[in-house]
Design a protein around this ligand. Sequence first.
Ligand code: PFF
Length: 454
Amino acid sequence: MAQQNNNRAQFATKLGVIATTVGSAVGLGNIWRFPYEAGNNGGGAFLICYLLCIVALGIPVLCAEFAIGRSTRSNIFGAFENLKSSSKWHWIGYIGILSSVMILSFYSVVAGWTMEYLYQSFTGGLNLSGAEAFHNQFTSFSTGNWRPILWTVIFLLCNYIIVVRGVKKGIEKMSNLMMPALFVLLIIFCVNSLMMPKAKEGLEFLFSPDFSKITPEVVVSALGQAFFSLSLGLGTMMTYGSYFSKDTRIVRSATITASLDTLIAVLAGIIIFPAVFSFGMSPVQGPALVFEILPSIFAQMPGAQIWSVLFFFLLFLASLTSTISMSEVSIAFLSEEKKMSRIKASTINLIIALCGGVLSALSFGYLSDLNFFGLFDINFFSFFDFTSSNLLLPLGGMLISIFAGWRLERSALKNALTNEGKIGVKTFPLLVFCLKFVAPIAILLIFLLGLKLF
Ligand code: PFF
């Protein structure tokens, strides 16, 4: 099918494959972004749209990314060049790189908030009582100019230290340990939230959809969240697919990754919404939601400090495994296509993310009134978030599905998904149908809906 670069690093074990792809998928997207998007977009109505997007669009595109990555053993640019060298498909790579730097910029700010909360938990600074106090604490921290920047910079440096060391050593080891620990902690918090006085209202908000609340905005947000949460549409999963061994089962890995990722997002919802209602708060809080609710939850648990230290530490690690994976998109491009050393490529990635990160960090304070060159009424943080998640990732995903469904030889796709015919994949025709028709048409329609062209 394509040239294979056999010297390329590979994940060592089956568990390593799952832990690493889940490590990329699970992060702030599940625990911070999903609850606030669900809160802003009507709860159950959002969840239904989100689940549909994961199943009908997310899993097929994830399979396509893994398949293209492993068959070409290449980064997103090299992959398309290997497969269709004379065409313009490698432009998908530019979209991917642009999205990865945008996401890295605002994501690092939120990861920085996590570090501040970890620090506050350690030093007893979260020893407050009442939702009001946590609200004031978050507002005064996030609107300040120095601390959010400082933590963003520290976070990006941590990310840098890991990515310069290369694929296998850092990422795989860390993901293997962290994911199970995070999962156990979330289950404990779920049980705690389910015992809260207004747990029922919270669960109803999340699980009983009011279909009249499904608006174009809700659908666009759900699509963006699905792609963001699965790290899709920018070549991250394609790059990780290029480290898969020839025996890795692609469809199974994609299904497990998507299921675990969705499970963790839903668990986060089960933790947050019962608490929101029990503390008499509104679910429509935007990015602040989780940072105000979680400390309030910990405060009323016995051993509050230990829980919050543990949680923010794991959330910090989960953010790192995600930023490592998004950094890999541009680093693999610079080092493999532009022949730069890994150090140089990682440093360029760091410098660009630092610039975007500082602009995003200031978006809640000094730059909060910015009108973005007079074009949009949103700050840098929201601009990076909205443009990457709701526009660029679905666009990348649409092009990848068109490529896999229409341009790639059917036998090549089949070989990749069946490990050269060694395993049977009953869902192959369904996957092809989704890649050829469902994903491109649905994403296009959702775009048009979003543009309110109907
Ligand atoms: N999927 C990650 C999360 O949910 O936190 C975010 C992410 C990671 C997006 C890697 C894109 C990416 F390439």
